[in-house]
Write a protein that binds this ligand. Structure first.
Ligand SMILES: C[S@@+](CC[C@H](N)C(=O)[O-])C[C@H]1O[C@@H](n2cnc3c(N)ncnc32)[C@H](O)[C@@H]1O
Ligand code: SF4
Length: 464
C-alpha cells in the first residue's frame, strides 16, 4: 500500500488539522498512565512478580536511576537534582545498592536479562570509579546481567574520556547524548551551552572508544528557536551521523516544574512555528535516509529499531522504544518504574526520602497499578499503535467474549473522523493503518482507547 509521505501534504492542511485537534494528553509510555496508579498497592504484588520471573521466555530489562546533575537545564522535565556533594551521592549509591540486594534476594535463578539501561539525571555525573563500583555490585547480585545489552544516557559536558573508557570496558555499546539544540541564543535561554565543534569532538571520542550505536536527543519548541535555527541545528547534527535521533516536543509545565518558570512564555515559539519544526524534522530526516519511528524517533534503515518497526515487533516502555517485544522491566532507584505483564510500580522520586525508606527497611514503592484483562488488551492495542502504526483489536479480546469485543469495536467507531481526515486507512484484514500524516497524531489516536482519561484531573503536555 502506497502511503502519501508528509512532504507531499500542504502545510496549511496540517496546520488546520492540528488547530482542530489541539489537545493535551499522555505520551503513553505506559497504559494505564501513571496518574491512574494508586498509592495503596500491596507491596507483595511486586515480590510475587519478581518470584515468577525465572523463565527464559520472559526477557527482562534492568533500569538504574541516577538522579544527580551538575547544573539545572531550565527546560528539564526529568527526575533530576543538582548536587556537588560527593557524600550525598555516595549515600544515595549505598541505598541503591541495598535496594538491588533486597530485590536480588526475591529473584529466582536464572533470569534472562536482555537489557541494562542507566538513566537519570546524569549517570556520568558520577565519577568513573563510583560507576564501576555500582556495576560490580549489580553483577554480583544479578547473575546473568553481564550479558545484557547495555545503554546509558549522558550529558556531554560532564562525560570524560575516562567515563567512555570505563563504559566500553563494562560492555556498554549504546550511548545516548543529550544535545537538545546548537543555537547560542537558545542554549543561553535554557542554560545549557556548548559549541558544534565540542560536540563533534565528543561524538568522535565516543566512536573511537568503540560505541556501536549513538543516539542524539534534540528538543523542538524551546525558547528563541525558529524554523530556520532548528534546521541549522538538524543539519549540523547530521554531520555527526547519529544512528538514532530523538526529537522531543518541549513539554512546558511551569505549574509543576518551578525552574521552567524562568523560561518566559513570550520567548517560546508560537504553536504554528513549533509544529513547523516537527514537520521540518520529519521531512529533512526522512529525506536524508532516516526512518521515522513511532512518536518522535528516527533511525537509520539498518538500525534494529527501524527493522523492528518494519517487522511489526517494535515495543515501547519507560526507557523508550525497544526491538524486544514484551520486555519486562525491574527499575531501581528514586522514581524508578518497574513494569510486568500485569503490574506497574514506582518508587519514591525524592532521593533523600527514597534513602530514608530503604535505610529503615521499608519498601520504596509509592504507587502502582495491577492491570486487569481489559488494561492488558488496551495496552497492547495502544503499544501497537504507538510503535507499529497499526490499530487492531488484539486476539486476546476474543477470549474475553463477544460482549467485550463489541465494546472495543465501539471504540474503533470513534475513529471515523480520523479516517475521513486521512490519518488512518482501513485494512482489508480489519483495523487501520496509520498514515505518515496520522503519525503526527498518535497521542490523539491512542486517547480514543484510554478508558481512564475522562476521569483524570491532570494537566498533560500538548499532543502535537
Ligand atoms: C534524562 S534526560 C537527559 C540526559 C542527560 N542528563 C542530558 O541532559 O544530556 C533525557 C532527555 O529528555 C529530554 N527532555 C528533558 N526535559 C524535557 C522536556 N521538558 N521536554 C521534552 N524533552 C525533555 C531531553 O532531550 C533529554 O536529553
Ligand atoms: S536535562 Fe539532563 S543535565 Fe539537564 S537537568 Fe535535566 S537531567 Fe540534568
Amino acid at each position: 500500500m502506497k502511503l502519501k509521505p508528509l512532504s507531499e501534504i500542504p502545510e496549511e492542511r496540517i496546520f488546520e488539522l492540528v488547530e482542530r485537534m489541539d489537545d493535551r494528553g499522555p505520551r503513553y509510555t505506559s497504559y494505564p498512565t501513571a496518574p491512574v496508579w494508586k498509592s495503596d498497592l500491596p507491596v507483595e504484588y511486586l515480590s510475587e512478580e519478581l518470584a515468577s520471573l525465572s523463565n527464559s521466555d520472559r526477557p527482562v530489562a534492568v533500569y538504574l536511576h541516577l538522579p544527580y546533575c551538575r547544573q539545572r537545564c531550565l527546560y528539564c522535565g526529568c527526575n533530576s537534582f543538582i548536587t556537588y556533594d560527593s557524600e550525598r551521592i555516595a549515600s544515595y549509591l549505598a541505598s541503591l545498592q541495598r535496594e538491588i540486594s533486597q530485590v536480588a534476594a526475591a529473584l529466582p535463578q536464572p533470569v534472562s536479562y536482555e537489557w541494562l539501561h542507566l538513566g537519570g539525571g546524569t549517570p556520568t555525573h558520577l565519577p568513573p570509579n563510583a560507576l564501576a563500583g555500582l556495576l560490580d555490585h549489580l553483577e554480583r547480585q544479578l547473575p546473568g546481567v553481564e550479558s545484557a545489552e547495555r545503554s546509558i544516557e549522558v550529558d556531554p559536558r560532564v562525560t570524560t574520556p575516562e567515563h567512555l573508557q570505563l563504559l566500553r570496558e563494562r560492555g556498554f555499546g549504546r550511548i545516548s547524548i543529550g544535545l537538545q539544540d546548537l543555537n547560542p541564543q537558545v542554549q543561553q535561554a535554557i542554560q545549557r551551552e556548548y559549541s558544534f565543534v565540542e560536540m563533534q569532538a565528543f561524538v568522535k571520542s565516543c566512536r573511537q572508544s568503540g560505541f556501536q550505536s549513538i543516539n542524539i536527543d534534540l528538543i523542538y519548541g524551546l525558547p528563541f528557536q525558529t524554523r530556520v535555527s532548528w534546521l541549522e541545528t538538524l543539519e549540523q547534527v547530521l554531520q555527526l551521523a547519529p544512528d538514532r535521533l530523538a526529537c522531543f516536543g518541549y513539554a512546558h509545565l511551569p505549574e509543576r516544574l518551578k525552574h521552567q518558570r524562568l523560561i518566559k512564555e513570550e520567548n517560546l515559539p508560537l504553536s504554528r512555528e513549533r509544529l513547523g519544526m516537527l514537520l521540518d524534522a520529519n521531512r529533512f530526516l526522512v529525506k536524508q535516509g532516516y526512518c521515522a519511528i513511532g512518536l518522535d524517533h528516527f533511525a537509520l534503515p539498518g538500525d534494529k529499531l527501524a527493522l523492528a518497526q518494519q517487522s511489526g515487533s517494535l515495543w515501547r516502555n519507560f526507557m523508550g522504544y525497544t526491538e524486544i517485544r514484551g520486555l519486562e522491566m525491574i527499575g531501581f532507584g528514586a522514581s524508578a518504574i518497574s513494569e510486568f505483564n500485569t503490574l506497574y510500580t514506582q518508587s519514591e522520586p525524592n532521593p533523600e526520602r527514597y534513602r530514608e525508606l530503604i535505610e529503615s527497611g521499608k519498601s520504596p514503592l509509592i504507587r502502582g497499578h495491577r492491570l486487569d484483562h481489559d488494561d492488558v488488551i488496551r495496552r497492547q492495542l495502544i503499544n501497537d499503535l504507538m510503535c507499529n502504526l497499526i490499530i487492531r483489536i488484539p486476539e486476546a479480546a476474543d477470549q474475553a467474549g463477544v460482549e467485550y469485543r463489541a465494546q472495543l469495536e465501539n471504540c474503533l467507531e470513534r475513529l471515523t473522523p480520523f479516517c475521513e481526515d486521512d490519518l488512518i486507512i482501513p485494512l482489508d484484514s480489519g483495523g487501520y493503518q496509520v498514515t505518515p500524516l496520522g503519525q503526527l497524531f498518535l497521542r490523539n489516536l491512542a486517547m480514543q482507547f484510554d478508558r481512564y482519561l475522562p476521569d483524570q484531573q491532570v494537566t498533560f503536555s500538548r499532543t502535537v
